[in-house]
Design a protein around this ligand. Sequence first.
Ligand SMILES: [Zn+2]
Length: 90
Amino acid sequence: MAWFLNHYTCDRCARRWSDEWSCTCDDDCPHCGARHMCPDTSEELTTVIQAEGTDFVVLWSPETAEHDPDYRELGRFKTFQQASEFIAIS
Ligand SMILES: [Zn+2]
């Protein structure tokens, strides 16, 4: 299972919102309640780099994640560059 940040635009009221899901699934409009809106775009957040103090931590959402990403720490690096290289090879 992956983790996604989905961006939606409501067909009925044209307002926008974002939500995190374990899939690129439909969501209900939080403004007018219109059902089953499809995401316009989805960003995959399965592997993320998070700045923590002076370190950059690589986090990964395991297959078992369902209701929240349940991030596990894969590595801790001194620079963003090192962290993204680590993701690229793993
Ligand atoms: Zn709406």
